[in-house]
Design a protein around this ligand. Structure first.
Ligand code: IMP
Length: 422
């Protein structure tokens, strides 16, 4: 396996964590390059369930180096919590984790502003995870953010923080929220900084040395294509570039060193938070929720569900340059009699084969469906493509053809061995 960028081809929660965990077996370094602890990757090993938010999923295998790149925004307190949780589950962190000194910090005022902005928006709310992600990236773009390198220099950090707390308290007051205490934030963050110090380094240099040593790098995307700040359903998006290009800017690895882009998509569609979802369907939502599926790993929110949307995944193939596909959660459709696939949108009397850029037009799109017979039996025990029922094989081939990339992996359950390499 060469250097692979793994991206979500839908609205996030495509099951990337499990696919990354499988692919990590043949890679040396796993890199997160965007997002923050808004992400949640669930991985099941035997009886143990791990939920990773900031730390790359490669951490669950010994001897893999996991890098949190410069493009990630880090809440140091949340990161330490995650480290402690993993250590308690017997996962080795020391020596296996590197954190970019250029990664920006999420601070308590980011979280409070995120929350307050959402409240003030009322019905227009984005449905964020309230982890402060948008305000943290906002400060980065406005060049007033604090970075890991600042946290490693306490006097520098304290001086910058003091100014930022003063300014953000003004914003919080105008939002009708309580101001925060500089002293409390300073103490908590400096303490976290001491604990994180052994992991902080220039990860760009580390990654280039790894490339020179012919190490195989896996870039672990968080969220999905339609949550991309530029290419998603703006403003109902997250605040980073979730598409393949983000792997390069968020890590310092140049585009020509990427050998393959793999898109991960569910065999159906889900979305958490507000915004357009043309193939949303109450029947499939109720069925999946009834099976106890499709509740968020980070916030526990019930996900909105719909039929597979090939207009969306085809667009994802375009913007990411997807070469190969991993289809997850095939088993979620095991009991469906007739399966629908959204192959086009209808908008104002026209048929569209690409999503409109404007989210208001996107929201007015109606899905045009084709139907395929379901397989009506369990796929959970299939371990090869030919062990899948013929109707399931035809369905997979159809959605791969519509998406425009070759089918490489199929997942039929949460466990590592419930994975079919096609
Ligand atoms: P934020 O990233 O917390 O600002 O949230 C912005 C939008 O992205 C909301 O609709 C969230 O529900 C969505 N979002 C953020 N992270 C994830 C994720 O990991 N999976 C799915 N949706 C996400």
């Amino acid at each position: 396996m060469a250097n692979i960028v793994l991206v979500g081809a839908q609205w996030g929660d495509e099951g990337k964590g499990k696919i990354i965990d499988v692919l990590t077996g043949t890679s040396d370094v796993v890199v997160r390059s965007q997002g923050g602890n808004n992400a949640g990757h669930t991985i099941v090993h035997g009886r143990k369930k791990f939920v990773l938010r900031l730390i790359p999923s490669g951490i669950l295998r010994p001897n893999k180096v996991c890098v949190i790149g410069n493009g990630v925004v880090i809440d140091p307190i949340a990161l330490l919590g995650e480290i402690e949780e993993l250590r308690a589950q017997g996962v080795k962190i020391d020596g296996n984790l590197l954190i970019s000194d250029c990664a920006h910090l999420v601070l308590p005022y980011h979280r409070l502003i995120d929350e307050r902005r959402e409240q003030l928006k009322g019905k227009q709310k984005i449905g964020t995870t309230k982890r402060g992600i948008g305000p943290a990236y906002g400060d980065k773009a406005a060049r007033v953010g604090l970075r890991m390198s600042d946290l490693m220099q306490p006097p520098v950090f304290s001086a910058k923080l003091q100014v930022r707390v003063r300014d953000n308290n003004q914003i919080l007051r105008t939002f009708g929220a309580k101001p925060i205490s500089f002293k409390q934030v300073e103490a908590a963050y400096l303490e976290a900084g001491v604990k994180l110090r052994p992991f902080v380094t220039n990860t760009v240099v580390y990654l280039h040395r790894a490339l020179a040593a012919k190490k195989k790098i896996l870039f672990e995307g968080a969220q999905g294509t339609f949550l991309d700040l530029d290419h998603g359903t703006y403003p109902y998006v997250t605040s980073s570039n979730t598409t393949a290009g983000g792997a390069c800017t968020g890590s310092g690895v140049p585009p020509h060193r990427v050998d393959e882009v793999m898109g991960v998509m569910k065999a159906y569609t889900t979305r958490v938070g507000e915004g357009p979802l043309p193939s949303e369907d109450a029947g499939i939502t109720n069925m999946l929720h009834g099976m106890g599926r499709e509740f968020g790993a980070v916030t526990g929110r019930a996900r909105r569900c719909g039929w597979f949307d090939a207009v969306a995944t085809h667009f994802a193939t375009m913007v990411n340059g997807i070469d190969s596909l991993a289809v997850t959660n095939l088993d979620g459709l095991d009991s469906v009699e007739v399966i629908k696939i959204c192959t086009a949108y209808r908008l104002d009397g026209k048929t569209l084969d690409v999503p409109p850029s404007d989210h208001q037009a996107f929201a007015r799109c109606e899905a045009v469906y084709e139907e395929m017979p379901g397989w009506k039996c369990s796929t959970e025990k299939a371990r090869s493509f030919k062990e899948l029922p013929p109707a399931a094989r035809r369905y997979l081939q159809r959605i791969a053809a519509l998406t425009g990339a070759k089918l490489a992996v199929v997942s039929v359950g949460p466990h590592r061995d419930q994975t079919i390499h096609v």
